[in-house]
Design a protein around this ligand. Structure first.
Ligand SMILES: Nc1ccn([C@@H]2O[C@H](COP(=O)(O)OP(=O)(O)OP(=O)(O)O)[C@@H](O)[C@H]2O)c(=O)n1
Ligand SMILES: C[C@](O)(CO)[C@H](O)COP(=O)(O)O
Length: 234
């Protein structure tokens, strides 16, 4: 049977949020955003290990969350790096032995669901690499630095990629090593695997799986949580 783990990255500074508290620790519905995220992985039966990557000064409070919220699958809490990609690489090194497929997830995407994770892990288990994504709804333009539009890619083939992104662990480790060797820094993990020439597949994501990035996302997050609790009958 395949063994699954997850690296949750939460070592960012939240510059675009502009709050003194890093956004992953802001509360939505009375609970830190990061805890909402971790609880979803905790509940999923096939996840065996959760590695949390956070700021060096925030390790203590994450240890406190594990205790307080019963996050028994958290096997390591470690300090991240200067870029998201570095934080992921550090997290991969802390996974326990025996994990074969790993999901990488942004700590600030608390509205993922078990179904979404399952879809992504299933496809990664079968193909080696899969990411959740949604078709873009707007028309996308490529714009030069002066503001002039250079081109308009065909919308039918454009997808907005989210996390989780899941991979065979050996493949993702190789992709990170290669990127480091070449000094390449990407904005997601799929890009690193694509650079190896390995196929990466999209599976159906969810428009509600937002990455909390700017202050208006906090209002949206409160509303999404309320809707979810109502539909769960809570
Ligand atoms: N050095 C970094 C940078 C980002 N992240 C994590 O990667 C996820 C997505 O990054 P982003 O939304 O860009 O978070 P920040 O880097 O915190 O935000 P900003 O770019 O506005 O500073 C977040 O969970 C963030 O904590 C990380 O673990 N380590
Ligand atoms: C990984 C990601 O969430 C996929 O959409 C995104 O690329 C992270 O970007 P950020 O600039 O680190 O927020």
């Amino acid at each position: 049977m395949t063994t699954y783990g997850v690296v949750v990255v939460a070592a960012g500074k939240g510059t675009r949020m502009g709050t003194s508290e890093s956004k992953q620790f802001l509360e939505v519905g009375g609970k830190p955003i990061l805890v909402h995220t971790l609880e979803t992985f905790q509940r999923l039966p096939r996840i065996e290990a959760i590695v949390v990557v956070t700021g060096s000064g925030d390790i203590g409070r994450c240890v406190g969350y594990v205790e307080r919220y019963g996050l028994t699958k958290v096997t390591a809490i470690t300090a991240g790096g200067s870029e998201r990609q570095h934080s992921v690489r550090i997290g991969l090194e802390r996974l326990p032995d025996g994990i074969e497929v790993v999901a990488v997830h942004d700590g600030v995407r608390p509205f993922l669901t078990g179904e979404l994770i399952d879809r992504c892990l299933d496809k990664a288990g079968e193909s080696g690499a899969a990411v959740v994504a949604v078709p873009v709804k707007d028309t996308i333009k490529v714009v030069d630095p002066s503001g002039r539009i250079e081109s308009t890619p065909e919308r039918r083939s454009l997808w907005a990629v989210q996390t989780p992104q899941a991979f065979r662990l050996d493949l993702l480790v190789e992709a990170h090593r290669e990127a480091e060797r070449e000094g390449f820094v990407g904005t997601d993990d799929a890009t690193l695997v694509e650079r190896l020439g390995h196929p990466v597949y999209v599976v159906e994501g969810d428009y509600a799986n937002i990455k909390i990035t700017t202050p208006d996302d906090m209002l949206l997050a409160e509303r999404l949580l309320q809707e979810r609790e109502e539909s769960d009958g809570l």
